[in-house]
Design a protein around this ligand. Sequence first.
Ligand code: SAM
Ligand code: SF4
Length: 434
Amino acid sequence: MPFTKTKYFVLTIGCQMNTYDSSLYEKILQQYGFTPVSRMQNADLVIINTCAVRDRSVQKAASAIGRVCQWKRSKDQVLLCVVGCASDLLSKLSHHNEIDYIHGALNSTLVDPSFSDFLESHNFHTTQPPQEKLPLANQQPLSTYIPIIFGCDSFCTYCIVPYVRGREKSRPVQDIVDDIQVSQQQGSKEIILLGQNVNCYGKDFTPSISFSSLLETVASMENIQRLDFLTSHPREFDKSVLDVVQNHASIVKRFHFPVQHGDYEILRRMRRGYTAEEYIEKISWIRSYFPYASITTDIIVGFPGETEEAFQNTLSLLKKVQFDTVFGAVYSPRPKTKAATYDHQIPLSIGKKRLNLLLETQKEITKKNLQRFLHQTKRVFVLNATAEKAIGKTWEDRLVQFTFPQECSLYAGDIVQVHIDCVQDFTLKGCMVV
Ligand code: SAM
Ligand code: SF4
């Protein structure tokens, strides 16, 4: 019997690139007449967009698949689609017969044509050509993710991304500019350029183009109010990017700059391509350009061979750099990666203890760092506003709760000046300056 019901739900696990990929699937579903629902249980078609970076995220997807399979047995006509980085790993699970559509991570701005074939095979039809260029980068009108480079060629020894997302492939500048213009027409106020390593942008073109020249082009477009980019790789990061950031008030002064570790030998075995000293040198460049900038990072603890002394080197790097935010994770051995074959794997219990210590140490640094905003007036991008209170983020990407005069009407996407009166836990609080 053909499927007639058209409610869909997408569960996205993982990074911003997955959020972007999910939006491409949503766009196709909407072209086929589907509408979104807010609860998975109410959907007739469920997409689980998976992440393979750590085992924990794979398990999260596995349990969501298990839940949908249970409904499938008790309720008629639910289509289950499993896509993204962990789809290959998950296809080997016991539920694989109940998965109706399976596909790996996307490495372009188009969903694979097999997805439309799958929908057609279930008697769904569209009046629009399903493979036409998809300008809408995501469904949130306020902020839009725009991928600039797909895949990754770095092959850090712990990381599965190059195996599941493929080799680096930069997008032509004009395609990026076109996408941004369309998202602006659709009301987007913030553009976030995405890549596993944005600093490798354009190296695959002949002649090559640098990331800083792309950033300059985008920042010089009309009506760019807030421009952000992720992720900078410390190995390729150079001062030309800082020069562009300096020339454009619209560009966010928050550098996500993943260090991964603070120990010479571990960084070498991770194949990151820099030492802790070289990393710290680049931090000093950032701070010399932007003394107020936020610097955030990713750190892995419990990497194979991490001695107590090596872990202490990470803690001392934390204290030296004084990051604003640290995203910490216990090392998770991933299939196909070199580090999974290394000797001296560290027991999970030790990894967890080290992670707690790392996060506890960072908590104090994060709190202390926020004090630098106290009694300052900051430009704030409004995220949400109710009758009396609003929440927004500064150009250093710090959250601010603030009050504003009753006679002002504030909307998400507005840009206002806020005086910071106090710092409470991890949030800045203040009042709008009129
Ligand atoms: N391309 C970015 C970079 O070079 O830093 C990071 C992308 S990766 C998807 C996001 C983060 O996941 C990494 O920065 C790393 O800290 C973490 N990660 C990757 N593989 C991991 C693993 N096997 N175990 C634990 N964390 C991992
Ligand atoms: Fe993974 Fe390294 Fe590529 Fe980042 S740069 S995605 S950590 S392989």
